[in-house]
Ligand binder design. Structure first.
Ligand code: GCU
Length: 614
């Protein structure tokens, strides 16, 4: 098994070299980290349980007093050490996380594979059983704690045969051992469960209103918590993409979630229930069903009916982690329900950790539209794996780092957090740091330009979701159509079309309804447009599509030049350059396939006479 090497440490490079192993509590970890750091000022720690996960740093004599709850002190210690390393002002004053749960969802399977994993095999499992390096686990725990994450769900939301054992007698002692490695860092484990698990345990039904089912889950939760008393809870994907759920029994998702939540409640556990529910068998001839409307239809009417320890986890957009989607309307429709915002660090649709794609600017757009008060937790699909550097592309670590910071404080400025990651990870001369920073800040827009035009979505290679395939999903079952013909493209989701826009509060709905006020980059998400329709800047739609694809590809070439000019550590440089070669190949493929696709349909040549294949 690969041991962590120094170049794998990404931003942890700024911390003392060896992770402290002997510490038993977050407070002891904080002390050990501060003592080991040569650069740290003198800091006295004070336990103030009322501060919980928050902390207060104030000058005291020659040094500082750092007060907080157990984990608060640890978070304070990391913030202080990172500020020292970056040459920033110390985080004086009081700080507390915005969201109570800051979760990382790993989609790891017991066989060692990772669903949508782009950085090697599972860190936790191999060959149908637990298999991990304890040192790497400690390093991972340290990474998570250093940016304030507090929950780690270790297995895929799609629960297969072997993972059932995570909550069965055979594997629970091992789950407890793993939990013990994360505990000194304030990280609690969570497991994904199979809603229909009682059927395997001798109960003839999984009907949430059947007393035998509720009893089975109660006993199961008691057993699990006897091994891992601080387990954060269960994560559930039900009635989604062929997973079992309450619909089988004619029950609602409130029935299902509350039944499970009641089993966890005596132990202080949380039931996280995903809202990624839609008909994944939609016939393409069905012109009435509009997939983005599904989650709202399934959940909005249930607002206020969920128990206090249930959190509904909603993907940021109504489709599925596309490059650009509007914020899910569900966030505005359930004011009486605990909601978690789910984002995806794994670059499933955003370049597979081969293409560079820094996410903070995208999250900022989400929070600009979504008052943070609407949600009380955040979850991110993990981008980690057994690759030496954890994230495949060394730059993909910026998304893990920034996610932690953003879940702690949704007002985190993307430019600042990316700058901090660059500085803590690499000691580059100022000009080079500026160049890397600009490259990362612009990377999302570049990827968007050479791939998805104006919020259209789903022109991607089916199944793998890397590379162009304009017609790949057009006659498939997934409800993801753009209906491009010789004159027009896009789905009309206004009141004249599917009516999706009306799922938003009136003011937002009106903004999306009207082509003049609809954000330009979402035009083809909400409107069906003719190729000769004129955009705000006077260009026709078809010209805009061509221009974006040529520009995006040119900008990717520029990114390659910038990358080549950076003095990165040799291992990172090699990995980044090797991936950039693939990114450029991908960008050219997207440009040419997409432009040719629209040219063949429309017959409209590029006004600038550039090469489009016929
Ligand atoms: C996407 C992804 C699946 C995943 C699903 C989910 O559809 O392609 O692999 O299981 O999301 O979020 O549950």
């Amino acid at each position: 098994m690969t041991k962590p090497a120094n170049h794998t440490l990404t931003w942890l490079k700024c911390l003392p070299e060896t992770a402290p192993c002997a510490a038993k509590t977050p407070m002891e970890t904080a002390r050990a980290e501060l003592d080991a750091a040569a650069c740290a000022p003198k800091v006295e720690l004070a336990l103030e349980p009322s501060l919980g996960e928050g902390f207060r740093l104030e000058p005291q004599g020659e040094g500082y007093l750092l007060a907080g709850g157990e984990t608060g002190v640890l978070y304070g210690a990391y913030r202080l050490l990172m500020a020292c390393a970056a040459g920033d002002a110390l985080p004086l004053g009081s700080h507390a996380p915005y969201y109570a749960l800051r979760m990382l969802n790993c989609w790891d399977n017991a066989d060692g594979t990772i669903e949508r994993g782009y950085s090697g095999r599972s860190l936790f499992f191999e060959g149908g059983r637990f298999d991990y390096d304890p040192d790497r686990m400690r390093q991972l725990a340290r990474m998570l704690a250093s940016v304030g994450m507090n929950v780690l769900c270790i297995n895929n939301v799609n629960v297969h045969e072997n993972e059932h054992q995570l909550i069965e007698e055979a594997w629970l002692p091992q789950l407890a051992e793993l939990a013990a490695l994360f505990r000194p860092y304030g990280v609690r484990l969570m497991v994904s469960i199979d809603y229909a698990h009682p059927l395997r345990g001798g109960v003839p039904t999984a009907d949430p209103l059947d007393a035998r089912v509720a009893q089975w889950w109660k006993e199961r939760a008691d057993l699990v918590y006897s091994y891992v008393p601080d387990l954060a809870g269960f994560l559930v994907k039900a009635d989604s993409e062929h997973r079992p759920g309450p619909f089988t029994y004619g029950r609602t998702h409130a029935d299902g979630a509350n039944m499970l939540a009641k089993a966890l409640a005596p132990h202080g556990g949380t039931l996280v229930w995903r809202c990624f529910v839609y008909n994944c068998m939609q016939d393409w001839r069905d012109t009435v069903t509009d997939r983005p409307m599904a989650a709202y239809q399934h959940y909005a009417y249930l607002d206020g009916q969920f128990d206090g320890n249930v959190i509904l986890q909603v993907k940021n957009g109504p489709f599925d982690f596309q490059v650009r989607e509007p914020v899910s309307p569900l966030f505005y429709a359930m004011p009486k329900t605990n909601l978690a915002l789910e984002v995806q660090l794994a670059q499933e649709y955003t370049g597979h950790q081969t293409d560079i794609y820094a996410m903070p600017p995208m999250w900022k757009e989400i929070f600009d539209d979504l008052p943070p008060s609407r949600v009380m937790a955040m979850a991110a699909v993990s981008n980690l794996g057994r690759d030496e550097n954890y994230t495949g592309h060394p730059f993909a670590a910026v998304n893990l780092f920034a996610y932690g910071m953003t879940a702690w404080d949704p007002a985190t400025d993307p430019a600042q957090v990316i700058r901090l990651w660059c500085r803590l990870t690499y000691s580059l001369p100022a000009q080079q740091e500026d160049a890397l920073h600009a490259l990362l800040m612009g990377s999302r827009r570049v990827y968007e330009k050479y791939t998805a035009p104006l919020g259209l979505c789903w022109m991607v290679e089916p199944h793998t979701h890397y590379g162009p395939s304009p017609m790949g999903y057009e006659y498939a079952l997934w409800g993801t159509y753009h209906k491009a013909n010789r004159d027009a493209v896009g789905i009309d989701r206004t009141s004249r079309g599917t009516g999706y826009a009306a799922q938003y509060p009136a003011e937002m709905a009106a903004r999306y309804e009207n082509r003049e006020t609809c954000p330009e980059l979402l035009l083809l998400f909400f409107h069906r447009m003719r190729y000769d329709d004129v955009m705000a800047d006077g260009r026709t739609l078809i010209q805009r599509i061509y221009d974006d694809h040529f520009e995006g590809c040119d900008e990717a070439e520029e990114m390659a030049r910038v990358l080549a000019s950076l003095d990165l550590p040799p291992q990172d440089a090699q990995t980044a350059h090797e991936r950039m070669v693939r990114q450029l190949r991908n960008a050219r493929e997207w440009r040419d396939v997409t432009n040719t696709f629209f040219y063949r349909l429309s017959g409209v040549p590029d006004a600038k006479g550039r090469k489009i294949y016929d």
